[in-house]
Ligand binder design. Sequence first.
Ligand code: HEM
Length: 352
Amino acid sequence: MSERPERIFPMSRPAGHVPPIARYSSRFDHRPERLAVLFMGIAAEEGGRAALALSDFLAIACRSADAPAHFDRATFLDANGRRNSVAALYWPDRSAYGRWVETPDVAAWRAGHRALAEDFGQWWEPVNVAPDRSETIAFAEYRRGLSACPFSRLEQMGETGYWGAARDRIPASGWDRLAGEVASLVALGRTSESRGLRLAIRPPSGLAVIRSGVSWSACGAEQRESYERNVRPKLDAGMEYLRRNPVETGCPALRQVVLTDNEGGELEEAYSLGLFLSLGHLEAWAKDHPTHLAIYHRAMAERRKYQEALELRTYNEIYVLDEHAADFEYVNCDPSVGLIPYFAARVLASGT
Ligand code: HEM
């Protein structure tokens, strides 16, 4: 890893700020040049089929010498009524991912032979960024996603509990505004030409990918009731707003998923996987939209009230892509999936 540039832009952290509660960020002792995460989904009309196909994929994924160091799986119903089975997979660095993706069985999956043969959709959205263009926030005893990886060490940090904290946690924000290459979304008006095809789309530089998760599994009656009454409806409304207003918010894709066990059983934890044209677009929604503001203020009040007895668990991880991002790929997907509606695609293969 090369030397960090000098900070040019000041942090937002107010002088003397004391975090309302202990929060942690992932650190990497192996100093990866680039992190590697793959968000991957399989969509089918019949849910069991998607879950089975994902299990087959994960079995192949884990057989390789460069198997992911960690993964979890989730599910959601997409706008087309298709059940999606989702995997989030993590490697210690991009070179391990690069070798993994070239192993013949994995390459065959990625190419979408099975998706085309069995008529399911497959989205493949890899994230490769320097650690300096990422951030995590976690509770020490509840580690998910990047923070749950065996190569992640959690360290307590002070950049939490004020607006701008997420940006402050991204080291590159000290010398880079992390602006997006594309300022606003324009729908291309595609209708049907993505089914039957394998498409590659270059994600625009600056695209911010967020995995923002919550677990209510450790909540007793009082805090569970508060989550169900005060938080969940607002979260759902906020996610619905983003899905319905992609152009206004600069959010081309928002998938609200529930984590599952390996048999597909739903757990009491969920996350939202959002793509935003830039970190600024994501911050604008978080800071200005009444749904997140309501959740945010409620969560902060509960932190102060319960302190160490707080039972609701939240975390997030944000990645800000640069101009060297890997292509996102879509095989046999509906034209509304991922980046397809908004960005030029190359056809890599046609199965029909
Ligand atoms: C149960 C759901 C949620 C709760 C309780 C919640 C609560 C919070 C809280 C308490 C913070 C401040 C964190 C800190 O720095 O200590 C925060 C920040 C943030 N949240 Fe959420 N949130 C939820 C869901 C989401 C979702 C789904 C997204 C995006 C898709 C999101 C985006 C953000 C962003 C970008 C920030 C950083 C703001 C900044 O530091 O400037 N949140 N949220």
